[in-house]
Write a protein that binds this ligand. Structure first.
Ligand SMILES: [Zn+2]
Length: 279
């Protein structure tokens, strides 16, 4: 599932490709991919003629602001969603859900195999937070300057959950998912089943640094190789080849050569080195 680095990669690509172009129209091929408004006709009437001024990211949400404060477009890719910038004449993929048409035969195509992804079309007089309820309780952005070790400590101090589970909670911290939580916990030498509130100050400090470094490295690599992730030009990222532990079960740890173990925490596959990572 796309996490912060993948969504950020998509945002940057869309800011290079789609700005200052008028949306000429579109087609909704699967109504349930629309979260708001529920009527595809109302959605298409709302976005037609608008021009995208800027793509923003908050956690794993993408928000396109229209020029002149005339509304916005929200997208959450969830498990398998892709936003592809294609030539309109290119035969639509089997799992095409929504198509937005731009001048010169260009198209922004929302493709989503598993159909958990969602799109919102928001009127100019509404704040996206009013409509996209998931934005309301999001935790801090891990790459912003305001995210300090103290902020992380405060958000974990009352949690009796395993640290892996706490970090997956978007209300604790925005943008992390299964890949980068496993990676950050390895880099900070913390076992994924350690209780969040029991971490020491030095562990929190190491975790804070690891989260930021792992996310920045993945952004620099253009996102992950894993699963269905593609940038808007249909190109895979490069992070998978350098992963420390994610999906490396039974392979030797890159630091100590102990086989990487896999356990389930809160129903999620969790990878770690039993020697490098301690409670
Ligand atoms: Zn190790």
């Amino acid at each position: 599932m796309p996490e912060l680095p993948e969504v950020e990669t998509v945002r940057r690509g869309l800011n290079q490709l789609t700005l200052d172009r008028r949306i000429e129209g579109g087609e909704v091929w699967r109504d349930s991919s629309l979260a708001y408004p529920l009527s595809s006709q109302a959605f298409l009437e709302g976005i037609q003629g608008e021009t995208i001024a800027q793509w923003e990211r908050r956690g794993k949400y993408l928000i396109a602001r229209f020029q002149g404060d005339r509304g916005s477009l929200g997208v959450h890719l969830r498990m398998t969603g892709q936003l592809l910038w294609v030539d309109r004449s290119q035969t639509p993929q089997k799992h095409t859900r929504i198509r937005l048409f731009f001048p010169k035969n260009r198209e922004l195509r929302f493709v989503d195999v598993r159909t958990f992804g969602r799109v919102w079309g928001i009127e100019g007089n509404r704040d996206p937070q009013e409509i996209i309820t998931g934005l309301q309780k999001l935790g801090p952005e891990p790459l912003e300057d305001s995210f300090t070790p103290e902020v992380l400590a405060a958000r974990l101090s009352k949690s009796q959950r395993p640290i892996k589970t706490a970090l997956l909670d978007q209300k604790v911290l925005a943008g992390l998912g299964n890949i980068y939580v496993d990676e950050a916990l390895f880099v900070s030498k913390i076992r994924p089943d350690a209780i969040a509130a029991a971490l020491t100050r030095s562990q929190i400090s190491a975790l804070h640094t690891a989260i930021r470094n792992v996310l920045q490295t993945a952004i620099d690599k253009g996102g992950t190789t894993i699963s269905d992730f593609l940038n808007p030009l249909g190109v895979n990222g490069n992070y998978g080849a350098v992963a420390w532990v994610y999906r490396r079960t039974n392979q030797p740890c890159r630091v100590c050569e102990t086989p990487i173990e896999r356990i389930k925490l809160a129903g999620r596959s969790t990878h770690f080195c039993p020697r490098c990572q301690s409670l």
